[in-house]
Design a protein around this ligand. Structure first.
Ligand code: SF4
Length: 213
């Protein structure tokens, strides 16, 4: 299986969901993008909707403009697997960075070492400040606030967040928000066991009309 098979060949990105202003997935206020599609099958994956659910194709320039209009310190990219669209995300970040000095945090199922072997991924790493890497392993879920399982590593690829990173990512207080939109209800953040239990019951009762990211 070619893990790096491109998701898109156009000036667009396949997106499952965006949140314009949240502090649940990285320091400060952030614009969060959940890309569509993943090449992994982690047991207990909490982002199943990014693999099997609805998605839209967003024009890269338009999305860059939307990020620039948001009052956020930076962007967090999760998925799905962001590096399946490494080239498109590099273009997006380059467009935004040409206008504003934003921070970039990416969650990936690939390890840093795997990513460094691929040219497009290597370029995306060069514009990334923090990479949280590795597959999610349910048995190794130790309750850390912003990292799913203990095998996953946090890499500072620049100095941007080094001063606050230890405090922020060392926390064991998991936080999540339920967002209600006209056509959907979504769970944003990394939920604690209790919240997850309630959320799973809600999902069951909704008949598939609500999603987790
Ligand atoms: S890499 Fe992330 S999105 Fe993909 S299966 Fe694993 S937990 Fe789910």
């Amino acid at each position: 299986m070619d893990l790096y098979k491109r998701m898109s060949e156009k000036d667009s990105i396949l997106i499952s969901h965006t949140e314009k202003n949240t502090d649940l997935l990285g320091p400060y206020r952030r614009f969060v993008i959940w890309v569509h599609g993943c090449c992994f099958e982690c047991e207990g994956c909490l982002a199943g909707n990014t693999k099997n659910g609805a998605y839209i194709e967003r024009d890269i320039s338009e999305l860059a403009q939307e990020i620039l209009c948001s009052e956020t310190e930076g962007i967090t990219i999760s998925g799905g697997e962001p590096f399946l669209q490494a080239k498109e995300l590099f273009e997006l970040i380059s467009l935004v960075k040409a206008v504003k000095d934003i921070g970039v945090i990416i969650y990936s199922g690939f390890t840093l070492e795997e990513l460094q072997k691929n040219e497009d991924s290597f370029k995306l790493l060069n514009v990334t400040d923090i990479l949280i890497d590795g597959r999610y392993i349910k048995e190794l879920d130790d309750g850390r606030a912003y990292i799913g399982s203990s095998n996953q590593r946090l890499h500072y690829l620049s100095d941007r967040y080094k001063n606050i990173g230890e405090t922020y990512y060392g926390s064991y207080r998991r936080r999540a928000e339920i967002k209600i939109y006209p056509k959907e209800v979504v769970l944003v953040g990394v939920p604690s066991g209790d919240v997850l239990e309630v959320w799973e019951k809600l999902k069951e009762k909704s008949g598939g009309n609500i999603s987790d990211f």
